[in-house]
Design a binder for this molecule. Sequence first.
Ligand SMILES: Cc1cc2nc3c(=O)[nH]c(=O)nc-3n(C[C@H](O)[C@H](O)[C@H](O)COP(=O)(O)OP(=O)(O)OC[C@H]3O[C@@H](n4cnc5c(N)ncnc54)[C@H](O)[C@@H]3O)c2cc1C
Length: 557
Amino acid sequence: MMGKGMGGMMKGCPGGNCGANSSNTWDIYPKMMNLKELTEDKKKEIVEAANLRIEEGRRLINKGVKELGASEQSLDYPKQENALEEIRQGVSQFDSGLAANKAIEQGKAPQNIALKWFKKEMNLLPLSFDAKNENSSMFGMSFFHTSIMTILILFMATMIWMYFFKMKRAALLLEELSKKTPANPAKPEEAINVETSKKEVLPSPKPVKPEKSLGNKFSGALELIGIFEEAPNVKTFRLANIDNTPLSFTYEPGQFVTFILDLNGKKVRRSYTISSSPTEKDFVEVTIKREDKGLVSRHFHDKLKVHDKLEVSVPNGKFYFNGEQSDSIVLISGGVGITPMMSAVRYLTAKCWPGEIYFLFCARTSNDFIYQKELEYLQSRYSNLNVLASMTRAKGTSWMGPQGRFTKELIDNFIPDIEKKRIHICGPVPMMDAVKSMLSDLGVSKEQIKTEAFGGAKPKETKKNPANEEKAYNLTFTGSNKTVSLGEEQTILEAADEAGIEIDNSCRSGTCGMCKVKLLSGKVTMEVDDSLEEDEKNKGIILACQAKASEDVSVEV
Ligand SMILES: Cc1cc2nc3c(=O)[nH]c(=O)nc-3n(C[C@H](O)[C@H](O)[C@H](O)COP(=O)(O)OP(=O)(O)OC[C@H]3O[C@@H](n4cnc5c(N)ncnc54)[C@H](O)[C@@H]3O)c2cc1C
């Protein structure tokens, strides 16, 4: 096949005339391909044929040179082309004849000679090929090719090594992280690879809790990174991780953060609802109303500056709505009670929750309408958000909307089928009581209503000698080994305050759960026990701010 092919291809010598002996010279290579060994006779035959090629080559070169000279003056370009082709053919014949002679002299096998010759005719040999470097090249490749291949192979090997090295380091890092995690399982985001780029997220060492859970807890310091004026005496405080990383806790819209402050040498705790949305992963915001004589709210408004660090415990509370509890929601609030509602609205709209949202807000004047512009914007953007705001002291102001306190009719007109809806209420206690009563008239069952009181009740005057005015029982603090008198209208927290026994507390309204203590003997009643889990109740945990007794009791304090 090869011989046939060669014959066909080689018929293409210029003008079909490659000289008188051309058939001899062209035939020699197909013949050599069939020769197993080179006898003396064959050698002679090949040398003769090679010499003929050399001779023919020389003749063609001379002829071409002559013709080129002649055609140069007449500017006959086709002739010049023809002459050049003859020179090329001549050089080629001369070259291949020479190569055959050299190969015979070196004693090479006839097939190799033929193959080399054929390659030469077909221009298949590398440019730098010649007999001298034939032995020095590897796999028939030039030095240049060999070098490039070596560099590429080395580069590939380095990349593969780097990949495995990186994987090994990542595995070690993961192992280290998973060892550290139990102390604070709240840090799935820390799985972000600090070694390389921030965007490269490693598989989380522990399954990340879905957002519907009550959040990963965090206790520690956060940094105040921004303070924003919302309304007269109302400011928003933005807090972030000190090291500028995403928050290491999660929470539900409506949950709160408890601040632990050291004021005048005393540890004080206050709870503030997170007003920002859980979809914000880098910061949380609380919106605080400055109370004229309030210890902590005044500290926030008057003393704190950006970059101050604050000790917190977060998240707390069960008063939240994330869209999973019902397919529509009614949010009713007054004053600063708007904060849990705002977190829910921000969250539900950010998630494009499809349910209907009815947002009712009551304040004194439009100046006190916190987040007014944002709510207007959200309402214009999300058709399922329905906002109704009413101002109680709108007379003489520019407020054009509803005026006065909420009424049964206002609520009924605004919310279709209210008796079937889930309702959240937060605000001043008198406002909440009034709204609950209206809802009851409108056929809403108690189970559909969730409330949160912000507490902050003015300190009660404690009755110095309850025994004279009302029944009293013995209250024993086993940890302090002290027994005091407890009036039947007095709470355990009030009695502890009076006796100088410290019980952690914040809201004093049964909401925040800071004053949980263990009841060791006797029975108590609690008006509000929202912040207690069922299993805590079974274990005898009570809220000191709510617990009143009708017999002798002892607590583990
Ligand atoms: C779950 C929860 C969430 C909350 N969320 C928010 C929120 O988002 N935003 C917000 O602003 N608040 C919120 N609060 C209320 C907050 O925790 C505080 O109760 C509030 O800021 C008042 O704290 P304070 O230390 O400033 O006042 P305190 O010193 O505790 O005083 C309480 C009240 O008594 C008054 N008072 C104190 N001393 C006297 C006195 N000698 N004479 C007369 N009056 C006096 C104060 O003016 C104040 O109104 C929330 C409360 C709870 C329980």
